[in-house]
Design a protein around this ligand. Structure first.
Ligand SMILES: C[S@@+](CC[C@H](N)C(=O)[O-])C[C@H]1O[C@@H](n2cnc3c(N)ncnc32)[C@H](O)[C@@H]1O
Length: 304
């Protein structure tokens, strides 16, 4: 059966209250960081106390909505992340799993202090029993070794992705659009096909686009009606692969000396690591040709 994506306009503090207890498998969201970004509604310019109240209130609802096996990922900037961590850990007694750093090379420059070059993502679960599909998010190994798991390595907790630049065709008219590959990794890891995923702060719809293309059901909430229109337009676009990829996905391991193993690996690589990234296939085949031999790029490989 086809998956269903519902985009709902309004204040998530109210909208979340209308959903049933323990009805959501995964909450993955990027709330306002309270850094005075212009989302057309003043929601990013609260006093510190207002922001902490607001954060506690939506996170408490998030906990109520999660199934006992559910997971929550929250993006946050450095200014408030320690407070958000404390709400999740101390006030709501959720189970800490990972602190992920999204590292990027470009951003605003500071003249006094160090220019920020990362945002972070907190991953908490509701209990010790939770979904984690490591095989769906592995990255290619650097070396072929018979002891290495050639299905790939764990991507670790530092994720490097560029911002979506204004010249990219997938760029939306939203000030803090995130790369789809960030959401792809969290959604594939922490939910299964047919699961229900909620994003209470949907923005330009990145999370919902990923749900749509990975066969998850999604509920996206957004307070700004202009963004709602954008999301619906984005969801209607044809899919040609996600708008970003972990650069490590196109590398081929060193030391794949046995020709048969190499051939099998190349085909598997395309199905495993480049499944949602057809645009990266040529770059991968180029790295195969450079590292091994151009003859490896046979019709057989290109056809698979
Ligand atoms: C950081 S942005 C999300 C960006 C998104 N991840 C993307 O890739 O486009 C946060 C969004 O939350 C929305 N927002 C702020 N307060 C809200 C609320 N109370 N309920 C629903 N949406 C809200 C803002 O309008 C903004 O679009």
């Amino acid at each position: 059966m086809a998956n269903k994506i519902s985009i709902i306009k309004g204040n998530c503090l109210e909208l979340m209250k209308t959903l049933d207890d323990e009805s959501i498998d995964l909450i993955v969201t990027d709330p306002p960081y309270n850094l005075s970004k212009d989302y057309g509604n003043g929601t990013d310019s609260l006093t510190k106390d207002e922001y902490l109240d607001f954060s506690y209130n939506w996170l408490k609802e998030a906990k109520r909505l999660l199934k006992p096996t559910g997971t929550l990922y929250v993006f946050m900037g450095v200014r408030y992340i320690s407070y958000i961590y404390s709400i999740l850990d101390c006030d709501l007694s959720l189970v800490f799993n990972s602190w992920i750093t999204w590292a990027y090379t470009q951003g605003i420059g500071k003249t006094k202090g160090f220019s920020p070059r990362h945002d972070d993502i907190l991953m908490f679960t509701k209990s010790d029993e939770f979904t984690f599909n490591l095989d769906d998010i592995r990255i290619p190994q650097k070396y072929y070794r018979s002891v290495n798991n050639m299905r790939g390595a764990n991507p670790g907790n530092v994720w490097e992705f560029s911002h979506i630049h204004y010249c990219q065709t997938s760029r939306q008219n939203h000030p803090t659009q995130k790369p789809e590959a960030l959401f792809e990794r969290m959604i594939l890891a922490s939910s299964n096909s047919g699961d229900m995923v909620l994003d209470p702060f949907c923005g330009s719809g990145t999370s919902m686009r990923v749900c749509q293309q990975t066969n998850r059901n999604g509920i996206g909430m957004e307070i700004n009606p202009d963004y709602i229109k954008q999301i619906n337009n984005r969801l209607a676009l044809p899919f040609n692969g996600f708008d970003s990829i972990d650069e490590r996905m196109t590398r081929i391991p060193n030391d794949l000396k046995d020709e048969n193993i190499r051939k099998e690996y190349v085909n598997n690589h395309i199905n495993w690591f480049l499944k949602n990234h057809p645009e990266a296939k040529n770059k991968f085949l180029q790295s195969v040709a450079e590292k091994y031999s151009p003859t490896l790029i046979t019709k057989h490989i290109l056809d698979n």
